[in-house]
Ligand binder design. Sequence first.
Ligand code: TYD
Length: 133
Amino acid sequence: MIDNSKIIEIPRITDPRGNLAVIENNTLPYDLKRVYYLYDVPSDAYRGGHSHKKCMEFLVALSGSFEVVLDDGTSKKRVTLNKPNKGLLIPTGIWRELENFSSGAVCLVLASEEYEEADYIREYEVFIASINS
Ligand code: TYD
């Protein structure tokens, strides 16, 4: 399951005047319904610490860097995001933790669903129980 999370390269138009990266229809395997971003994250802060039942997310380090620890209940994978043209696709049913934010890091998230607290699993034990059921 963890293998379903993957790095997707965002098509870009390089230019001496500056690069332009485009996320459109077929870049992601879903139509996005929500965009949010994390910024001003202290370097010792942890974000995430949950999984989603339905929502898929695509994370991009628009600026700076941070690490994402993915966990499907069986195996774990640590991914560093530090490029504005490469994002991490996180399918449903994956526990994720974000840490080691660099100074000035901005984490853009493109989500497949609108915000709904009921879509979150915020307790690790409940997450493990959900994948074993
Ligand atoms: P949360 O998703 O737990 O943050 P993270 O995973 O980045 O640590 O969200 C933190 C708070 O913000 C929580 O109270 C829910 C709220 N929130 C919204 O109201 N709308 C949103 O789109 C998101 C992502 C969070």
